[in-house]
Design a protein. Sequence first.
Length: 486
Amino acid sequence: MVRVEVHLGVGLPQFALVGLPEAVVRESKERVRSALQTSGFEFPVARITVNLSPADLPKEGGRFDLPIAVGILAATRLIPARALYKREFYGELSLGGELRETAKLLPALVHGARSGNELILPEANALEASLVGCGRLKLAQRLSQVVVALKHGKVDGLGSVSAPVSDAAPAVAFGDLADVRGQFAAKRALEIAAAGEHGLLFIGPPGAGKTLLAQRLPGLLPPLRHDEALEVASLESAAGRRPTGGLRRPFRSPQHTASVAALIGGANLRPGELSLAHQGVLFLDELPEFPRNALEALREPLESGVVVVSRLKRTRRFPAQFLLAAAMNPCPCGYAGDVRGRCHCTAEQVIRYRSRISGPLVDRIDMHVELKALPAEHLVEEAGVGAENSATIAARVAAARSLQLSRQGKLNGRLNAREVSQHCALGRDARALLTTAIARLGLSARAYHRVLKLARTCADLGAASHVGFADVAEAIKLRALDRPTC
């Protein structure tokens, strides 16, 4: 919360703005002066001091134009001071006095609505206002409209907020899984990933369908709840993007040239790609081509679901609970294992290429799925013949998620070590298989817990009450990079 204080003093005419204003805020002096004069109000000839409190918090953006203008008019007694009680004002002003759309406004509106105050903001921000769902939000087009409403106590005459248009069909926008030919094992991995919120990595040659499969992952996830949609929209607003306001899961696919700041966030303490993928899917194509420090920055958010951005004396915590989907080639040229002998990479080159992804990061990715080049019979067959569509798989995913939430209150991919022991108990045969896999593959303690959580999700998709031998076997098979022959 920033309080705008205005004082008119004696002395030579001057307009001083204090409280650590950034360049955009300092320029508001000229916008406010012109907006007041062109709206028919007299600009006071006095020593004007505007304080943005708290003084030690840097202020940025054009949202302070309207409260500064209202404060000056209240200081000249054109607006009664009581009209400002329990009200908040947001909005950028044009030189002609119009209220323009103001970026990064949604988080402030959410906080202001929870405080019980009445909020007055530009009509151009009606979409953000509709997402808040509070009846104490008023919309205005011009500064003069706000002044008249405050002066005569007719704030109810300002524009009201309408309900947002819901988007209940997220699967359509991401394509149908039935359009993907073959790759049945990869489709099964997508289903498991969506059901338990497990990260996955596709490893295969160019043209195997890695990107096509990953792009259809959001269509298997259930629509966002209202509180989740509001959180996603707030992150978009804080990043300077116009919120979509729908119930679709976000899908972010940054290019491999993205820096650490672009992924984690940091420029002016804005959310990065990880936070913009919150409650959705983060797809990293050509994973080994990303900078090493950018990949290592994924490790903590994958565990905690939170990104902490620290710059000098300022720190921000952004949620980043995303489903990671990644893709990579098996070697630098991409054709390792090709039966036609197209790969000429040496063993040392393959090892160097794969070592760009560190062991700790690979350990945090639940599934590593190998894809082969599509056989000719699958490639030429008609799309969608005999294949399950996204809606059918999404129904099974929703049922499995409901089972997990009713049993443990969270999805399997988010279970901690104690909860894994409680909800992923194994029978004798399944325990013996996993013991053998640990000995032969050298699984770490983290990989062991990942296998248990994967097996629990496989059992949930089959509506089984206990984790069986087949579930553990499938979970072990889904971690290809743990096998020394991979």
